[in-house]
Design a protein around this ligand. Sequence first.
Ligand code: AMP
Length: 248
Amino acid sequence: MKILVPVKRVIDYNVKPRVKADGSGVDLANVKMSMNPFDEISVEEAIRLKEAGKAEEIVAVSVGPAKAQETLRTALAMGADRAILVQTDDEVEPLAVAKILKAIVEAEDPGLVILGKQAIDDDSNQTGQMLAALLGWGQGTFANTVEVGDGTIDVKREIDGGLQTVQLKLPAIVTTDLRLNEPRYASLPNIMKAKSKPLDQKTPADYGVDTAPRLTTSKVTEPPKREAGEILEDVDTLVAKLKEMGVA
Ligand code: AMP
């Protein structure tokens, strides 16, 4: 089985985002960018399935600027076999990404697509679900554990009340949650080896997909500043304070 793993280049999760002065978006100039953390979990899970003999090939794909090559090289250094960059400088919305992925699925014929549950830049949580709908495939979202059987995959999902297990017929779509695994670091020899692994370059037009935006961002604002806390000497003072504030 072949596994397709879409990986997005996003602002690094350790960076405190700065909003542009005109409120039109987040300022990405000179900001560290990395692979979306949920996508690292997807790459790790694909590698584990390959190591367990459940998959033969892992193809990483990214839709984004030329620099998204670095993100793909990270996936290759972790253990993906080859990569596809669908290059565009436009900001591509989830529906357009899902349409591009559908075209790649039709060309590559994978048995499984593992996406992150959400990209930490737009927090859309849409691409996996849209891809499943476009393909007419089953989806196991927010995966906590996956087990590949004979033509099926069991996905234990993280839901509000606990865990839910669904069984999907392959081919299928899985989106990863935080507790699925702990992604490995790429070793230096593997980073060197990744430089010679194949990386195809395409454009959205190669897949007949128009990436023109359908959404407009009205305004982006910083979250309100947290007010300073206060250390109280004992519980009685705390209770008195809470009463004063009208919450006790
Ligand atoms: P989102 O729906 O934007 O929250 O993204 C969910 C998942 O879809 C991500 O974790 C990625 O696996 C995939 N994805 C979204 N945008 C892209 C992109 N530009 N390139 C590759 N994968 C993407």
